[in-house]
Write a protein that binds this ligand. Sequence first.
Ligand SMILES: O=C1O[C@H](CS(=O)(=O)O)[C@@H](O)[C@H](O)[C@H]1O
Length: 303
Amino acid sequence: MSWHALSEDLFELGESPFWHPAEQQLYWVDIPGKAILRANIYMGTVQRWDMPSEPGCIAPAAKGGLVIALRDGVFRAHSWGGELHRIATLPYDTAVIRANDGKCDALGRFWVGTIDEPKAGRAAELFSIDCRSGAAVVQKHAGDALTANGLAWSPDQHTVYWSDTPNHVTHAWDFDLQANALSAHRVWRQYEPKPAGWTFENTHYAGRPDGAAVDVEGNYYAAMFEGRRICKFAPDGRLLASWETPAQCPTMPCFGGEDLKTLYITTARHGRSAAELAQFPLSGAVFFMRVDVAGLPVQAFAD
Ligand SMILES: O=C1O[C@H](CS(=O)(=O)O)[C@@H](O)[C@H](O)[C@H]1O
């Protein structure tokens, strides 16, 4: 199995990829690039939709269009390139915190995690936004973190995974989908810390858990930021496989293609050294690789 670049397009910080089941297109964001992208892999085209502020995460909406978490709020767009309608404002200081990793649960709530950009006060949090009854109901589920990442659910929806990237940890909770409640918190996996004085030539650092996706067997695939790899973990946290990536900073995987057996990954070039970018010139591209086990399909926003 080997990686292939989706196109020659390079993005500053690709994140939040998903495969649109109806459109059969790949969507993702470029956070500092303030854009949403979508690729028609059959036509070989990539479209760009500029955003008014940094998009942290996106998800498809069951009734069409997207739900979008920007730095300063959560918005609904009913069509590609259409008007943005604010549906919620999350309770954080947009001067130093923005939306980051997020997805929808099986009932169509949009879950949005944030990033404490100065990484000063563990101010990153995790919220859910429920619009099934009309006006948005916002609920906080977790906090005390630096970078919300790795949000994913087990196939039976009974387990929620959530990573805090700079703290090298993936948490897990039991999840009551109907009640929208987390319980039985545990540290699902603690990763080796970044060595002092690390540079990209040091390959003894496996990276830190960024975005994630789950396959139909419940295995958890984590992009290991600065670790130059995607890791596949069993539901009990055991490492099952690891694939080196053509960029030092993979940011998030998702499953796509008609059979959901194509693993797409976004990557980053933002803030990376000239030497690293010289060794990994396609940093910032979207890559894909065929895998043996199908992924879970993306869950859509309900309103
Ligand atoms: O998802 C993200 O994580 C990275 C990694 S870290 O928080 O710096 O450890 C972060 O740089 C990026 O901005 C964010 O989107």
